[in-house]
Design a protein around this ligand. Structure first.
Ligand code: MF3
Ligand code: CO
Length: 253
């Protein structure tokens, strides 16, 4: 776990603001008929234009999957996270997770949103809204002295009370000097447990919420996580600084 300096925080703020503007532009282009690879190309060129570096491209988690081939993760419907962009076209009624990370002035920020393509049914709309809200609820727990379990507990309680499932296998994380740093930030758990948050830590919270069962599996492409029951999932993520008074979200749109 790393505590960031004032200079690092300044650059993270700048990077986070730029990243949010980039995702906004990508979202505006995400509509029925566009190939997900086109969104990835746009992501990459916007990041490079901003003098950033796509942080997912070439990322390796260790293990046998090699390195991630794209600048953007695009996860459609039953794909939970880390979907690889392809020639597949988005279509009306899909929900699409867009996850993007950038290294800017040597420092990493990370964010994701799930959007609807055209008109989606009421259940999917609610899935997206509950997931967005669960991230907000998790963020509200953040301040120096709180524990990681406070975040997970708040998210899980809200999501399950809303009738949805929370994915256990994948977690949020520290971020800033690397794509992933300690501590892990699960979207479930017990209040008052886990690592204590310290002033000027930077973390990414990223709830993954399912319409049906929360069970997930890793696809044979080695990257894409999917729901076991084939039902849709949604994902939102923000990068934030832990302060004495609360969270300072760096990737606000
Ligand atoms: N936001 C994603 C995460 O924290 C980034 C994944 S890196 C990738 O898990 F290379 F897998 F895309
Ligand atoms: Co992340």
């Amino acid at each position: 776990m790393t505590i960031k300096t004032t200079e690092e925080l300044k650059n993270l703020r700048e990077g986070g603001r730029i990243l949010a503007a980039i995702l906004k532009e990508i979202k505006a282009k995400a509509r029925a008929g566009i190939k997900t690879i086109e969104l990835d190309k746009l992501a990459e060129s916007l990041i490079l234009d901003a003098k950033g570096v796509p942080s997912f491209k070439g990322y390796s988690a260790g293990g046998s999957s090699g390195s991630y081939p794209a600048s953007l993760c695009v996860s459609i419907n039953d794909e939970v996270v880390h979907g690889i962009p392809t020639a597949r076209e988005l279509k009306d009624g899909d929900i699409v997770g867009l996850d993007i990370g950038m290294k800017y002035k040597g420092l990493f920020t990370d964010m994701a949103e799930t959007i609807e393509i055209g008109k989606v049914n009421e259940k999917l709309f609610r899935l997206i809204e509950i997931t967005r809200k669960s991230l907000e609820i998790g963020i509200k727990q953040v301040r120096a002295g709180a524990r990681v379990g406070d975040i997970g507990h708040a998210i899980q309680k809200f999501v399950e009370a809303s009738g949805f499932g929370v994915v256990h296998e994948l977690v949020g994380h520290g971020v800033g000097k690397k794509v992933h740093e300690d501590p892990e930030i699960p979207n479930w758990g017990r209040a008052g447990t886990g690592t204590e948050l310290k002033e000027n830590m930077v973390i990414a919270i990223e709830p993954m919420v399912t319409l049906g069962s929360p069970e997930v599996f890793l696809d044979k492409d080695g990257w894409t996580w999917k729901t076991c029951d084939g039902k849709p999932a949604a994902h939102f993520e923000h990068t934030m600084v832990v302060t004495k008074d609360g969270p300072e979200v760096l990737t606000k749109i």
